[in-house]
Ligand binder design. Structure first.
Ligand SMILES: Cc1ncc(COP(=O)(O)O)c(C=O)c1O
Length: 456
């Protein structure tokens, strides 16, 4: 039997045209739909279910370097040597880098190096950490925080974290201290400063070194003081994805009279070039080569000129996003005291899954459909949960200090419940200086919309 459409070829043509237009419109982002966008829609309907997207704007181009870096690197290339040491007075890039670094982190001793991992290793070694010593740190961090501890034949001891800061909980740190503890490494995760006053007080009370891992926190401030200036040593990464970078690179700095003068030695095969300890047979220590060349220092010096603008912008964007997602029963925004400046290497918030009718994966999927860039969690498991830790397989499958009876540590039994919950319930949204506040507020609206839809 003929359908009404086939009986009337004109209306059939119309029908086909109308359906094609509707199909085409559905493929377009909402902002391009023109008149269709004005059609009555349920704004609260998830984009995943056919509603309008909450995130309609797009970040601008993310230009991370330009002629300024080119010019500075060209200056380095015009030099006769690209070696970092200034002994002959011809190499200016490392000096310029250090001068600009001190604007942000005023420390007496500053040593450029090859990575953030190297920076932490240098600081740990300069603090005199050795076989059997314990170093308390965060289980939610990059491997670079712990590599240097292990290479000094010392023992990373993991303390639990604050539920909304994702940083070391000072009370948990104090509980983890033993007579073997030598240092604390405070990681300012995602650009949120740790409670440095509390950690420094604990370090002083127990005569420990406080080393700040500032790899993710360029430009952050704790109660007005730049990160890196409260502890005994500060370590920064210049790896490509950081706030500023040199492709790869790092900086370690200190104003401590015991630790500071040793930084160069532990970055430069034991040589202390400044005080004549340059002599081949007088280094006195075993240290590796973590030096940074003048080419990278030149690039980094130009990047340092951009830092304040990058940090200030991220601080504003992060605060705006916190504001947007605060007060929702099923969402826990990150905690950042009003007097601190977080610089949001990324934005991380937690879900209260008991208040939601969906899994984290479904929440993230819905958020993405709204046009927000989002992913579940940060690292898949805490550092102690990785294979190499669980199996104590650090050096060719072995852990010499355990075999020698210098530690009874068993990482397969370590548990930090809050750290594990942070990783199991967290959602990460990238945030960077190419975004404007309106865009970030749209991401906030997307979180609110998805949370409202799935709330119990
Ligand atoms: C907290 C933290 N510490 C250390 C590092 C190591 O830095 P790098 O990759 O430059 O070695 C990173 C790198 O992501 C990091 O995020």
């Amino acid at each position: 039997m003929p359908t009404p459409a086939t009986r009337n070829p004109i209306s059939r043509r119309r029908l086909v045209a109308t359906s094609a237009a509707a199909w085409l419109a559905a493929q377009l982002p909402n902002r391009l739909r023109g008149a269709d966008a004005k059609a009555p829609v349920n704004a609260g309907q998830l984009a995943k279910l056919g509603g309008p997207r909450a995130v309609r704007s797009r970040p601008g181009a993310w230009l991370r370097w330009d002629v300024r870096e080119q010019k500075q690197v060209a200056e380095a290339i015009a030099q006769a040597s690209l070696f970092y040491w200034l002994g002959k007075g011809v190499n200016k890039q490392t000096a310029l880098f250090i001068e600009r670094f001190r604007v942000h982190c005023p420390r007496e001793h500053v040593m450029t190096c090859s990575s953030g991992t190297a920076a932490v290793h240098i600081a740990v070694a300069a603090a005199g950490v050795g076989p059997g010593d314990e170093v308390i740190t965060s289980p939610v961090t990059d491997f670079g925080t712990v590599t240097g501890i292990l290479f000094q034949q010392a023992i990373p001891v993991f303390a639990d974290l604050g539920a909304a800061t994702y940083n070391l909980d000072p009370a948990a740190v104090e509980r983890a201290i033993t007579p073997r503890t030598k240092a604390i490494i405070a990681v300012h995760l995602a650009g949120t400063p740790c409670d440095l006053d509390a950690l420094r007080a604990i370090a002083d009370k127990h005569r420990l070194f406080l080393i700040e891992d500032c790899a993710q926190a360029w430009g952050a401030r704790h109660r007005g003081r730049p990160v890196g200036t409260v502890g005994h040593a500060a370590c920064f990464s210049l790896m490509n994805s950081k706030h500023i970078g040199t492709g790869d690179g790092g900086v370690v700095a200190s104003s401590d009279a015991r630790l500071g003068p040793a930084l160069q030695k532990f970055a430069d095969k034991g040589f202390d070039r400044g005080t004549g300890g340059f002599t081949w047979d007088q280094t006195g220590v075993l240290a590796t080569n973590y030096r940074m060349s003048e080419l990278q220092a030149a690039f980094g010096a130009a990047q340092l000129d951009r830092l304040e603008a990058i940090a200030a912008k991220r601080a504003v964007l992060g605060r705006a996003l916190i504001e947007e997602i605060s007060g929702l029963p099923s969402v826990q925004p990150p905690a950042l005291p009003a007097e601190d400046r977080g610089t949001f290497w990324f934005f991380y918030f937690r879900l209260r899954l008991e208040r939601l009718k969906c899994s984290r994966a479904e929440f993230v999927e819905a958020l993405r459909a709204e046009g927000a860039t989002a992913s579940a969690g940060y690292i898949p498991v805490p550092v102690y949960g990785t294979k190499v830790f669980r199996e104590h397989a650090f050096f060719a499958g072995r852990w010499p200090i355990k075999e020698a009876g210098l530690t009874a540590m068993d990482y397969s039994r370590v548990r930090c419940p809050e750290a594990e919950a942070i990783l199991a319930t967290g959602v990460q949204c990238p945030l960077n200086e190419s975004m404007d506040e309106a865009h970030v507020r749209e991401i906030g609206a997307a979180v609110r919309k998805v949370a409202k839809h799935f709330s119990t």
